[in-house]
Design a protein around this ligand. Sequence first.
Ligand SMILES: [Zn+2]
Length: 436
Amino acid sequence: MNITDLISSIDLNQVGQEMRRLISRLYPICRSITGNGFRETLDIIKEYIPLEVHEVSTGTKVFDWTVPKEWNIKDAYIKNCKGERVVDFLQSNLHVVSYSVPVRKKMSLSELKGHLFTLTDHPDWIPYRTSYYKEDWGFCLSHNQFLALNDEEYEVCIDTSLEDGHLTYGEYCIQGTSEEEFLISCHACHPSLCNDNLSGMALATCLASSLMPLSLRYSYRFLFIPGTIGSITWLTLNEKKTSRIKHGLVVACVGDSGKSTYKKSRKGEAEIDKAVIHALKETGQPFEVIDFFPYGYDERQYCSPGFNLPVGCLMRTPHGRYPEYHTSADNLDFVKLEFLQNSFLKYLSVVNITENNKKYLNQNPKCEPQLGKRGLYEAIGGQKESAVSQFAMLWVLNLSDGHHSLLDIAERSSLRFEIIQNTADILARRHLLVEC
Ligand SMILES: [Zn+2]
């Protein structure tokens, strides 16, 4: 079975349900850029795909960075003078600023206030905050919770450890016939946030398990890494392998109701950029293409000038452009089955294009070959399609000069990639084309 067969036979509803189930299972885990929450997450993903788990020691130099101490958390709360937990990590793991140092102290409200974070615009939501590279501590709470705090003494407890340990990441490679690779990378370091984080992890997992049994042209490398430090670490350890990466996508924010957005690679005109844009165009649904910019997700590392890899980012609403982003409102309700399915199908279409995007050489380049005498008009089927197929044949024959790929031909002719691909198959079988 190849990718084209998969697309025609896949039960999208089942894949969508699988993604939803995985998101629900991973949602309660308190993840950060290191620690047991990250390991627990990879253990669950391992039930779906045979992930290899890597551990990199604290203190390891990774280009200009250093692998940080490992952070783990058992509990955290703020108790009022009656001993009631008014802010409780066990209720939501977003309540603690990620990477908070341990604290056990009594303090006044005014002293505590300097460590509290709220969202005044959305008084019911809890913000998500981190302090990875500066030793600090804090609590995030809804603004309504904050307003209910009385001027009294509070008992503050953050039961965390920040010690030498490891940075953990997951990697899985599906071997294709070529050593050339398609990289799929997602960050897996956020706690209970669904669209930013879990949707990408679920899509990458289900994409890997769908591609696993196929015969593939490219090899597919899936990375489940902590944002920024994870891609920097992977690039440091695998610098030599990066020349094999022919295409790459960072997967994030793929379950919200917004239209698809593609952020181009730094190269801007790479094959992956053209393939994604063509796949999105073919859906007939609204989409947006944005140029590369040097912030966002891990594409900023893959596209740093020393690597400049052809890696873009295919998402729905970009980070920071929806109010729920990095808040407790990016929850299980925010990510919908239909949008996960829709994003998944778009990823499959992109893979289908890159897998089949080949260049051919016309074996009869001096004037048009006589199609009728080769029975090629009949090879095409019904009346209405036959006109389209004739155009497709003429386009494929004319532009198959060894320079234009099938994707170039699809773009130039405004015909669907699938039609161009099928036409090239037919013409190759009749020896009018030879693959370059
Ligand atoms: Zn984020």
